[in-house]
Every structure is written in structure tokens, then in C-alpha cells.
Design a protein around this ligand. Sequence first.
Ligand SMILES: [Fe+2]
Length: 165
Amino acid sequence: MAKEKTLDDLFHDTLKDIYYAERKILKALPKMARAASSAELKAAFEKHKDETEGHVERLQQVFEILGKRAQGKTCPAIDGIIEEGEEITEEFKGTPALDAGLISAAQAVEHYEITRYGTLKRWAEVLGMKDAVKLLDKTLDEESATDEALTGLADASANEMAKAA
Ligand SMILES: [Fe+2]
């Protein structure tokens, strides 16, 4: 029989997954900020890049709580989501629909992160890791706020601009 795996193993694996994802996102966000046409969307991406640096640091603290080395594990899901975002950037460059497309790509990233942090937070609760719960919850709040801010930008201008063309 295979070695018994428990919630601790799931928690550690998923932590490595989101650690990989956050560092990929950190590299993608400046490119998205450069690509965006509206000043508001550029600013939103830049702000979230700063927040993402904090997310990486918080994850390093959670690894420390676990007594494990901070280490990523390739996450094909985030690689695919970011790749689709790059495709949109290429294919819609110079068109009025670019920002609406960039927002949709960024929201796919946020939703992926929200599922991961939501799960990790609950598992940390079950495992009695109170400090980890706090750290994960702070990041979860920032991801959700970013998602809402992006919806706001889409509603306020990007979708209409894309449509009017
Ligand atoms: Fe994040």
C-alpha cells in the first residue's frame, strides 16, 4: 500500500502550487501593465504587482510555520491562464477591445488564486494553524478586492469602449 498521505501533505502540495503561481504572476503583471491602454488599468495592474510581492512573502512565512523550505511546484493551470492572457495581448494589441480582454485574463488569474487561498485557509483552520489562517486570509481579501476592482473597471469603461468599436 502506498504511504499514507494526509491533509498535511495536501496542504504542503497546494502551498507549493500557489507559491509557483504567485511568482509567475509577479512576472506577468508588469507586462500586463505595459500592455494596458487606459491609465486606470495600468495603475490597477501596478498596484496588484506590489500586493503580489506581499503575497509571496506571506507564503514564505507559511512555509516557515510548516518548518519547510519555500519551494514552488509547476502549476500547469496558471501557466495556461497566463498563456491565454499573452495571446489576448498579442491578438488585440492596438484595438479598442484590448483592455476588456486584459481584464478578463486578469480575472481568470484572480479566480484561480481565490480558489487556492480559500482552500488553503480552510485546511489551515482544520489543521489548527492559526497564524497561517491569518496570513492566507489577508491575501484572500486582497485577491477578492482586486477581482472586484477589475469588474469595476470593466463596467465603468473597458466593456463599452470595446463594444463601441
Ligand atoms: Fe496573489
